[in-house]
Design a protein. Structure first.
Length: 146
């Protein structure tokens, strides 16, 4: 093989490799954490205040999992049916697998909420709980593995 053919083979191979990289990188899905970053930034101060409100409480929210469900327990709450808010199961790796539930329709008299695991893809979730008790907003988040 002479120099001309060797250089031509090298250039063709190099161009094919670069095209393969461009196609494979462009086909990867990139999900943003939030599609509305600006609106989230405006409400971030309220979220900080709500997180401080939650930390100052004697009653805490615990998140646990068992083989069939994710259990959220609102400890030491006198009237759990008065809880209003949302539970957001945030999936960092895939936004299409996020789940959002309303609290007011699912809290039982013991202050527990249960969500079935069979609707969730196994992996890491960040449970973000935003709730209002007695007119005061609270926010907490905890990481779980399903």
């Amino acid at each position: 093989m002479n120099w001309g053919k060797g250089i031509a083979v090298f250039l063709v191979t190099f161009i094919a490799f670069i095209l393969y990289l461009v196609i494979s990188v462009s086909s990867v899905s990139v999900d943003l954490e939030y599609s509305d970053y600006y609106d989230q930034e405006l409400s971030f101060e309220q979220q900080i205040i709500a997180a401080r409100n939650h930390q100052s409480l004697d009653r805490k929210v615990t998140v646990s999992t068992d083989s069939v469900s994710v259990i959220i327990n609102f400890e030491n709450i006198k009237q759990p049916e008065r809880i209003q808010g949302k539970v957001h199961f945030f999936r960092p790796s895939n936004a299409s697998q996020d789940r959002v539930y309303d609290l007011w329709e699912t809290v039982d008299s013991n202050g527990q909420v249960s969500y079935p695991i069979n609707q969730m893809t196994p992996g890491k979730y960040i449970v973000q709980i935003t709730y209002i008790i007695d007119g005061e907003s609270h926010f907490t988040k905890q990481q779980i593995w399903v």
